[in-house]
Design a protein around this ligand. Structure first.
Ligand code: SUG
Length: 448
C-alpha cells in the first residue's frame, strides 16, 4: 500500500503580533512591540502550502485558534461582557491580554506528537496534544488543538487521540518540534527519535543555565508509552544545554530528519556518537540504513543557525529518492549558510535542491518552515479517512486566500489588541473558516 508524509501547515490567525512572549527565543524577544502584518503572514504561509502542493507533496491545513482567548482571561479573574473583559485586562494587566491574543498556534510543529500506525501497538495513528506549559500564551492552546485534531482525524478505527500530559513543568512537552521519525518507507515501522532538554527527576542529566529547557525526558517517555511504541523503535537523546542557552529553544532549530537521514549541527546533541550508533542499529532492525549529515561549526556557527533557521527547514523526499530542503529566506541572506547550502547541493549527496520561501512575518517570532508544519505519515486508507475539508487543493487555496483578504488586518500593534472589535472580527472569520474546512464547531465561542 502507498504511504505518504502529509504536511499539515498552521494557518496564521488574524491576531498575529509580536508580543515578546517567549524568553529564550531570540527572534520573539528582539522583535517585541514591532507592529505586525497578519494578512501578509497568513498569505506567506498559504504560498508555501500551495507551492508544496504544486510540487506534488501531500499538503493539509490546520486551523488557527480563537483569540483573544476571553475564556482564558475569565479564568484569570476578569469579568463582565466580553468587551469589558478585554477592556479590563488592557487596563490592569496588558501582558495577560497580549498573551491571550497570541496567534502562536500557527506553529503546529508544537501542536502534538504524532506516531504513525506502523509504529504503534494497536495499529492506529496516535496523537498527543502538547501541553506547551513552559509559556503561558502557549499553554492555553491544547484544548482547542485537541478539538481541531479530533475534527480532522475523526475516524476512531484509524486515529487515536490523547489529551495533553499533566500541565506541570516536569512534563513539559513541546510536541513534534522535539520529535523526528526515521524509516525506510513512511508506511513501514520506523524509529522515533525523542529529543529532550532536561530531566525533571534525574539529576544526572545536565540542564541549561540561562534559558529554559522546554521538553523533559519524562514527557517524551510518557508520549512513547501512550502511543504504544516498541523499545526497539525509540531513541532518546539530550539536546546540548549549551545550545539551548544560545537560543535553540526547540530541537527543530538545530536538527531535522526525514526518511533515513538526520541533518544536524555538530553542537546539537550530547553524546552524539552513542546516539548515532543507536539510531543506526535500531533502524537497521527494521531494514533501514541510517545516514547523517553533520554541519560542522567551522562552516556554520550555532549563532548563524539560530539567526538563519537553516535547520528549521523541511527535508522532503522526492519521487526519485533524492531530497529537497525548504528553507527560509534568511538562509539566503546569511553568506556562510548560503555558501554551505551551495556546497551541500552540489556535492552529489542525497540533498540535491534548496527552495527558498519568504516567511518573514512568522520568522520574526521564531517560527520557520518546519515550525509551521505538523507531519503525519499516513497510508492510503488512512489518508482517505482524513476529513477531506483540510486537504489542500487549488480551490481550497483560492477560498482561503479570499478569506484572508476579506477578514485580516494588514497592521496590528499592541494597542490594537484592546479593541473589542478585533474579537468580533476574529470570531466572524473563524466561524466562516470552520465552514470552509468543514470542521464543525471547534471554538469556545461556537460551543459555549
Ligand atoms: O514557542 N514563538 C514560538 C515559536 C515556535 C517555533 N516552533 C518550533 N520551533 N517548532 C515559541 O517560542 C512568540 C510569540 C510572541 O512573542 O508574540 C512565540 O510564541
Amino acid at each position: 500500500m502507498k504511504s505518504y508524509e502529509v504536511n499539515f501547515d498552521g494557518l496564521v490567525g488574524p491576531t498575529h503580533n509580536y508580543g515578546g512572549l517567549s524568553y529564550g527565543n531570540v527572534a520573539s524577544q528582539s522583535n517585541s512591540q514591532q507592529s505586525s502584518n497578519p494578512k501578509e503572514a497568513a498569505l506567506q504561509g498559504l504560498a508555501k502550502m500551495k507551492a508544496l502542493m504544486e510540487m506534488g507533496f501531500q499538503q493539509g491545513v490546520l486551523a488557527p485558534q480563537e483569540r483573544p482567548d476571553v475564556a482564558a482571561l475569565r479564568r484569570l479573574g476578569f469579568s463582565g461582557t466580553d468587551a469589558q473583559v478585554i477592556e479590563r485586562a488592557a487596563k490592569e494587566a496588558m501582558p495577560l491580554l497580549v498573551a491571550s491574543c497570541s496567534a502562536s498556534s500557527m506553529w503546529v510543529a508544537n501542536a502534538a506528537t504524532v506516531s504513525p500506525s506502523a509504529d504503534t501497538a494497536d495499529g492506529r495513528v496516535h496523537f498527543t496534544a502538547a501541553n506547551l506549559n513552559c509559556k503561558y500564551h502557549r499553554s492555553i492552546e491544547h484544548p482547542t488543538t485537541s478539538r481541531v485534531l479530533g475534527a480532522m482525524f475523526a475516524d476512531q478505527q484509524h486515529f487515536a487521540h490523547h489529551a495533553a500530559l499533566p500541565a506541570v513543568a516536569q512534563f513539559g512537552d513541546e510536541g513534534a518540534a522535539n520529535h523526528t521519525r526515521f524509516c525506510r518507507e513512511y508506511g513501514e515501522a520506523g524509529v522515533e527519535f525523542f529529543v529532550f532538554g532536561r530531566s525533571a527527576f534525574d539529576t544526572r542529566y545536565p540542564a541549561p543555565q540561562k534559558y529554559p529547557a522546554r521538553q523533559t525526558l519524562e514527557a517524551s517517555q510518557a508520549v512513547a508509552r501512550l502511543h504504544g511504541l516498541r523499545d526497539d523503535g525509540v531513541v532518546y537523546a539530550q539536546q546540548n544545554p549549551a545550545v539551548i542557552d544560545q537560543g535553540v529553544f526547540h530541537n527543530d532549530v538545530i536538527a531535522v530528519g526525514n526518511g533515513e537521514v538526520l541533518f544536524y549541527h555538530e553542537d546539537a546533541f550530547l553524546d552524539t556518537e552513542q546516539m548515532l550508533a543507536e539510531l543506526q542499529a535500531k533502524l537497521a532492525k527494521v531494514g533501514g540504513q541510517f545516514q547523517s549529515v553533520c554541519v560542522p561549526r567551522s562552516a556554520v556557527s550555532v549563532d548563524d543557525a539560530v539567526r538563519s533557521y537553516l535547520f528549521n527547514s523541511q527535508l522532503l523526499s522526492r519521487a526519485d529518492g533524492s531530497m529537497l530542503l525548504i528553507v527560509p529566506q534568511e538562509c539566503q541572506a546569511n553568506e556562510r549558510v548560503w555558501q554551505y547550502l551551495q556546497g551541500l547541493t552540489s556535492s552529489g549527496g542525497l540533498i540535491r535542491e534548496v527552495k527558498v520561501f519568504d516567511l518573514k512575518q512568522s520568522m520574526q517570532n521564531g517560527g520557520g518552515p518546519a515550525c509551521l508544519r505538523l507531519r503525519v505519515a499516513l497510508n492510503e486508507t488512512e489518508l482517505a479517512a482524513v476529513n477531506p475539508g483540510v486537504i489542500m487543493t487549488a480551490p481550497l487555496y483560492g477560498s482561503l486566500t479570499a478569506w484572508v483578504e476579506k477578514h485580516y488586518r494588514d497592521r496590528l500593534s499592541e494597542s490594537d489588541l484592546a479593541d473589542p472589535q478585533l474579537l468580533l472580527e476574529c470570531r466572524t472569520a473563524l466561524d466562516e473558516l470552520t465552514q470552509i474546512l468543514k470542521l464543525g464547531a471547534v471554538y469556545p465561542f461556537q460551543i459555549n
